[in-house]
Design a protein around this ligand. Structure first.
Ligand SMILES: Nc1ncnc2c1ncn2[C@@H]1O[C@H](COP(=O)(O)OP(=O)(O)O)[C@@H](O)[C@H]1O
Ligand SMILES: [Mg+2]
Length: 442
């Protein structure tokens, strides 16, 4: 690593960038090197040359940023031996223990190793993106555990939606759960509808108590309302299965903040068909782990850069006010989850039947419980096929389509060939019979 920092000025000079080195900070993932450019040099030129500079240094994932209110710029050079940040150790630090936020979540540590704490109640929702294996699920688990460590089951409830079925199974028998983890995609939409209904019911209660939001209501009433955090891992899977969830997510993202209902949504495909304009506009706080392309980075962060991250929890946090911070996510192991959840274990409870009414597409008013039951009863064979089709990915879908087309084409060719053969045989027979007739007449 020492070498990289030493090499940097000469490599920059090779590209015609001159200046003087400033302070250096070694963090768990990268070393930050401050650099003051010569008067008249442009930062944009450095930014453009970053790929070439990285190549010449022989490493990938170098980043250059401007330091606000400073004449220096900052190069982030990856450490040869990156360290991960254990979640439980982080929760013992003063930044975490002293935090007095309504819904404190620990995003991770900044590049100097200082914990980054944010208030989910202010965010008010968080959209998380990143390719498979970039650290989304580990991140979501660390956010959930941060909240569990600071809030009691009476103050906070979770709705966990997990189309992959494996990420949240450990949370099933928890006092924190509003209902068991939702793994069936057909139930997810009804459950989001239930949250919309709960939101409206809460606003009606606020109106009666003359309160503007959940904290004002809880301050005035003895029966307190819990915050509800709805976590969706792999939103793309859900959207491909059922487009109606977009509408419900949009309503919740737009209006649920004051009612104390917050969303944490993760997606591996930050393409525009999944993160549509309306969803994006209502989720201003976004966290991007490593993404596949600069286009994906643009979609999620409105700027490039997330494609050059180092993976394994390395992320960029875009806040509501537009500031971009690089954060290394805390690492949560299964043991950490078990250990944190142990005191709150309880019997698995079936969700209480709520008699709230939703209006479905056919203008028939039904309770949410009925909707969920109806959806569960529906024959699932087509749903399962559609589910499988969505899961196999575009490459395999194309392969299967190509294979089917080849099969159909081959079948057509075979049919044509047999028809031709038949017509040739018929012609040969005709000619032979005509020849026979002519010969016999003679
Ligand atoms: N913050 C982190 N620190 C260290 N390793 C991490 C971190 N986040 C993720 N990883 C590693 O990456 C792997 C994949 O992470 P995961 O959250 O399952 O990815 P995703 O959900 O994005 O597909 C984990 O099993 C772990 O080994
Ligand atoms: Mg995952």
């Amino acid at each position: 690593m020492q070498e990289l920092e030493e090499k940097l000025p000469s490599v920059l000079a090779n590209f015609g960038i001159y200046g003087s080195l400033g302070a250096q900070y070694k963090g768990p993932l990268v070393t930050q090197v401050e650099f003051e450019l010569c008067k008249g040099s442009k930062f944009a030129t450095v930014e453009k040359l970053m790929k070439d500079i990285a190549r010449e240094l022989g490493v990938s994932g170098i980043r250059a940023t401007e330091i606000p209110n400073s004449t220096y710029i900052c190069f982030e050079l990856p450490n040869l031996t990156p360290q991960s940040v254990p979640f439980l150790a982080l929760t013992e630090q003063a930044e975490f223990t002293d935090s007095t936020y309504d819904l404190p979540i620990c995003i991770g540590v900044n590049m100097r190793g200082i914990p980054v704490m944010k208030n989910l109640a202010k965010m008010p929702h968080l959209l998380v993106a990143g390719t498979t294996g970039s650290g989304k699920s580990v991140g979501l688990n660390s956010f959930i555990l941060s909240l569990i460590k600071k809030k009691t089951p009476q103050e906070l409830k979770f709705v966990l939606i997990d189309p992959k079925r494996i990420e949240f199974s450990m949370y099933n028998n928890q006092a924190y759960m509003l209902r068991p983890v939702i793994t069936e995609m057909s139930t997810a939409s009804a459950c989001l509808a239930e949250l919309v209904v709960e939101m409206n019911a809460r606003y009606a209660k606020f109106e009666k108590s003359i309160a503007r939001n959940i904290s004002e209501y809880n301050a005035k009433n003895t029966i307190k309302l819990p915050y509800i955090v709805c976590v969706i891992d792999e939103f793309a899977d859900l959207m491909l299965f059922d487009k109606t969830v977009e509408k419900q997510v949009q309503i919740l993202a737009q209006k649920a903040r004051a009612a104390g209902i917050h969303l944490l949504i993760a997606t591996q495909r930050p393409s525009v068909d999944i993160i549509t304009g309306s969803v994006k506009a209502n989720l201003p706080t976004r966290l991007s782990y490593k993404v596949a392309s600069a286009t994906d980075s643009m979609t999620i962060l409105n700027t490039t850069g997330a494609e050059n991250l180092l993976g394994r929890g390395d992320s960029l946090l875009l806040e509501e006010n537009g500031t971009l911070t690089r954060v290394l996510g805390a690492y949560v192991s299964d043991d950490d989850i078990m250990q944190t959840l142990e005191p709150y274990r309880c019997e698995i409870k079936e969700p209480q039947p709520t008699n709230v009414v939703v209006v479905n597409g056919d203008n028939n008013n039904v309770t949410v419980q009925q909707t969920i039951k109806q959806e569960q009863k529906k024959p699932t064979i087509w749903a399962r096929i559609a589910d499988w089709w969505n899961r196999i990915g575009r490459r395999r879908q194309n392969q299967i389509i190509n294979w089917l087309l080849t099969l159909i084409f081959a079948a057509f060719q075979a049919k044509n060939a047999s028809q031709k053969a038949r017509s040739t045989t018929a012609t040969v027979r005709k000619i032979t019979s005509t020849t026979k007739k002519t010969t016999s007449r003679r």
